[in-house]
Design a protein around this ligand. Structure first.
Ligand code: SAH
Length: 368
């Protein structure tokens, strides 16, 4: 990866907004958009059925719509939003990463991960990220722009289609889980991410019909947006990227902590857990000699004890040029033990995709 000073790719200034797409619109707005171009409103439902129900976004596949109308409808409602730059697989093809180029040249990535009992897709909600966490590759390059709802949804629709069509090793399968853990801070692009969650969870043909329980939104801890998210009344899972139990260290690892403290972030998390009935996932990247000391594990245990929480320890995936690396195995084991002493459920995340630059943002960064 080039150093930040060598990054040559810059999104064109004043770039046009992403084209409007079916997946940006509510069912009512789809009917209006279809009527606007002089087509019968019922075509909106047909298009939704093709896009969300059959995962067929190309006009050639819409055989129940007259050929003459297909072009108009496609242009008005299903413009090409993004193209694949490349796919890279690893873990015996159980992990597949896709690098996408958006209409203005912006690059984003998504990852499909196959497990014995489920298939998870990790999607981007922004091109780049403005949160500036020093251990994260995406954070180093800054924010290019927000993705539109349809740009978020299409990563998933295409992943679901590739899976169904057997393009991913292991045979045809259904997408069961979505995690907003790709590039970007989802709660900083609130409206569009919420729109995407609606499209993903609305029953077919209006949406993809994925269970809310299978969706995880991961945040650095934007407290007002966390409260707003709680008020939506969804049963999605919330993940909080904590990475340190004390404000002093967290101010450096997750700089937005200077705005909302550990205490405020956790209070908002517990409120989300109460309202949604879901355990909150506390994400903690273990960084050697930075945040992996026994006393920090103990402090974390005391903060989480008796709460609806689960800790997900992530061995740091080192970003090129960074002096930080993953914790020693014995320190990781000790960290787990200390949390368990407090009765806090904890797992160590299996680190998929390391050899394909799987750490957040590395693939898009190395393309620049
Ligand atoms: N902005 C959101 C979601 C994207 S990052 C958030 O921060 O939660 C998804 C997760 O990957 C976050 O927990 C993030 O802190 C973590 N992450 C980023 N870079 C990483 C790295 N190099 N190694 C391990 N985890 C990393």
């Amino acid at each position: 990866m080039p150093s930040p000073g060598e990054l040559t790719f810059v999104a064109p200034r004043g770039a046009k907004k992403p084209p409007r797409h079916l997946a940006d619109l509510t069912p009512q707005e789809r009917r209006e958009a279809v009527a606007e171009i002089g087509e019968k409103p019922f075509r909106a439902k047909q298009l939704s059925q093709h896009y969300f129900g059959r995962l067929a976004h190309r006009p050639e596949e819409w055989t129940d719509i007259p050929a003459a109308a297909r072009g108009r409808l496609s242009e008005a409602l299903l413009p090409e939003l993004m193209s694949v730059v490349r796919h890279i697989s690893c873990d015996d093809d159980a992990t597949r990463k896709t690098l996408w180029r958006l209409h203005d040249g912006t690059l984003v990535e998504s990852v499909l991960m196959r497990y014995p009992d489920r298939v998870t897709m990790c999607v981007s909600s922004q091109a780049g990220c403005g949160m500036n966490c020093p251990f994260c590759a995406t954070g180093q390059a800054g924010l290019d722009r927000n993705l539109s709802t349809a740009e978020i949804v299409h990563q998933i629709v295409d992943g679901a289609r590739a899976l169904r069509d057997g393009e991913v090793a292991g045979g045809p399968a259904r997408l069961s889980n979505i995690v907003f853990m790709g590039m970007g801070e989802p709660l900083a692009n609130y409206k569009r991410v919420l729109g995407a969650i609606r499209r993903l969870t609305d029953p077919a043909p209006e949406g993809l019909g994925i269970s809310q329980r299978g969706i995880t939104v991961s945040t650095v801890g934007l407290v007002p947006a966390m409260h707003r998210f709680a008020d939506e009344g969804l049963s999605c899972r919330l993940a909080v990227s904590l990475h340190a139990p004390d404000d002093e260290l967290r101010n450096t690892l997750v700089p937005v902590n200077t705005r909302w403290t550990v205490r405020e972030v956790l209070d908002a998390a517990w409120r989300y857990a109460d309202v949604s009935g879901r355990r909150v996932s506390i994400e903690y990247a273990l960084i050697r000699d930075i945040n992996d000391q026994g006393w920090r594990a103990d402090l974390l245990g005391r903060l989480l004890k008796g709460r609806r929480a689960h800790v997900n320890l992530i061995p740091l995936n080192p970003t090129p040029g960074s002096k930080w690396t993953a914790s020693r195995p014995e320190d990781e084991a000790e960290f787990v033990r200390a949390l368990e002493t407090h009765g806090v459920p904890v797992t160590v995340r299996d680190t998929r995709g390391q050899e394909i630059d799987g750490a957040c943002g590395q693939l898009a960064a190395s393309q620049r």
